[in-house]
Design a protein around this ligand. Structure first.
Ligand code: 13P
Length: 251
């Protein structure tokens, strides 16, 4: 049985004081969360504060990106070993905003996956199609290509050490959610693609859904057979909303 993972992606939101309020609220509500693992991916600069506040709690934490380099003259970048210094468990890799706004290619994302794994972090690799790609019936081609790049660079067994997040770009921050059936179709496609190379990796790997998941739709999405959790943007910024998703996980 795959565990449900609910991970918050705060993106570039928050402050020291809102981080404190949010995490205190989450810690208080965690007693109600029975069937999900929970994590928050915070802006780099708040990770020391997050680590202090969450140390010893049931909530894991991580970053939203990392450098493909280990150290050196890379102004403004953050390395995997720096994330280890603050006990990050996860690093989001290849979010669609990194791909579209910062030009991250499939190959770069695959390299970052390798670097994260090499440092003992658990990469959450994001894949997903644009609206025009969905309308042109290219969802499977796009998602397959993005996934294949990671497998080609890292091997199929390495994939099992990470987490996949299917995030249709048209559903991110738009309030437009994929229907449970739309999500299930793509999740099943992803799992089959992995199974074609290794059935046991396919059985094991968690595939999260991301894109306007909120308390009102989480239960239906999380009930789908191949949906193993959520990567949550906007609704991860309020303790009540995020906990509402965490408690919607099926037993
Ligand atoms: P929203 O939940 O705000 O749509 O964002 C999803 C996302 O991009 C998570 O990584």
């Amino acid at each position: 049985m795959r565990r449900i993972l609910i991970a918050g992606n705060w993106k570039m939101n928050g402050s020291s004081s809102s981080t404190q309020t949010l995490l205190e609220g989450l810690k208080q509500g965690m007693g109600e969360v029975k069937h999900a693992d929970v994590a928050v991916c915070a802006p780099f600069i708040y990770l020391p504060q997050v680590a202090d506040l969450l140390n010893g709690s049931a909530i894991a934490w991580g970053a939203q990106n990392l450098s493909e380099h280990s150290a050196g003259a890379f102004t403004g970048e953050i390395s995997a070993s720096m994330l280890n210094d603050f006990n990050c468990k996860y690093a989001i890799i290849g979010h669609s905003e990194r791909r579209s706004l910062y030009g991250e290619s499939d190959e770069l994302v695959a390299e970052k996956f390798a670097v994260a794994l090499g440092a003992g972090l658990c990469p959450i690799i994001c894949i997903g199609e644009l609206l025009e790609e969905r309308e042109a019936n290219q969802t499977e081609a796009v998602v397959g290509r993005q996934l294949d790049a990671v497998i080609k660079r890292n091997g199929i067994e390495a994939l099992a050490k990470g987490v996949i997040a299917y995030e249709p770009v048209w559903a991110i921050g738009t309030g437009k959610t994929a229907s449970p059936e739309q999500a299930q179709d793509v999740h099943a496609f992803i799992r089959q693609r992995v199974a074609a190379q290794d059935a046991s990796v396919a059985e094991k790997i968690q595939i999260l859904y991301g894109g306007s998941m909120k308390p009102s739709n989480a239960q239906q999405l999380l009930a789908m057979q191949d949906v193993d959790g959520g990567l949550i943007g906007g609704a991860s910024l309020k303790a009540e909303d995020f906990l509402g998703i965490c408690t919607a996980a099926p037993a």
